[in-house]
Design a protein around this ligand. Structure first.
Ligand SMILES: [Fe+2]
Length: 199
């Protein structure tokens, strides 16, 4: 099954700046994603994306909302349409006349699956955060104190152990990190700090 999207243009440039409220995005998520675990994953990626936009990119409120929306909706179609993952949410956002940058960001969150290269910083960061956020969460869940006292070095150790969360592609993580100006250690710390309280 190929998930390649087979096109390079997403959304209408005339819709630049057109976003939805975070409440609207949560409503879509609640309707499309019954699986609580998957919803939590998207909320975590959203929290990390928003925090990164504000803290590292000096984003204004609207730009931070863009980052947050991309994070919150990037896997919205995964549970109901696994064979058409990414295509369905992209089409939904196009129908809702959402800013093309948000749609492109979602389209490029897995370049090796969807065939869309991350262009701007927002694209690169969602690619870097997606798998790594899930991995950090898995590493936290197996500890009695979960996120409390979770150190970067223990996440790194898990990454080097192929049997742990074996479905998470280390190759994708390394590829994604190499496209950012940050180290794996910095990214892990940022994720731990910003997703630990998301529920
Ligand atoms: Fe994801």
């Amino acid at each position: 099954m190929s998930h390649k999207l087979g096109r390079n243009s997403f959304g209408d440039p005339a819709n630049a700046g057109n976003l939805m409220s975070i409440e609207e995005a949560h409503a879509l998520l609640n309707e499309w994603v019954p699986n609580e675990r998957l919803r939590l994953h998207m909320k975590q990626v959203a929290a990390v994306m928003k925090a990164w936009a504000i803290e590292k990119e000096n984003a204004d409120e609207k730009t931070a909302l863009k980052w947050e929306l991309a994070g919150l909706l990037h896997d919205a179609d995964w549970e109901k349409y696994p064979d058409d993952h990414c295509r369905i949410i992209i089409e939904e956002l196009e129908q809702r006349n959402i800013d093309p940058e948000v749609i492109h960001c979602i389209a490029s969150h897995g370049p090796n699956y969807f065939g869309i290269e991350p262009n701007n910083t927002m694209d690169k960061m969602i690619y870097a955060f997606d798998e790594l956020s899930g991995f950090v969460h898995a590493a936290a869940l197996i500890r009695p104190t979960q996120y409390e006292g979770l150190e970067v070095k223990s996440v790194l150790k898990r990454l080097r152990s192929p049997a742990f969360a074996a479905q998470v592609s280390r190759e994708d993580i390394n590829d994604a990190i190499s496209r950012t100006n940050y180290s794996l250690e910095e990214m892990i710390q940022f994720i731990v700090d910003h997703q630990k309280d998301v529920s």
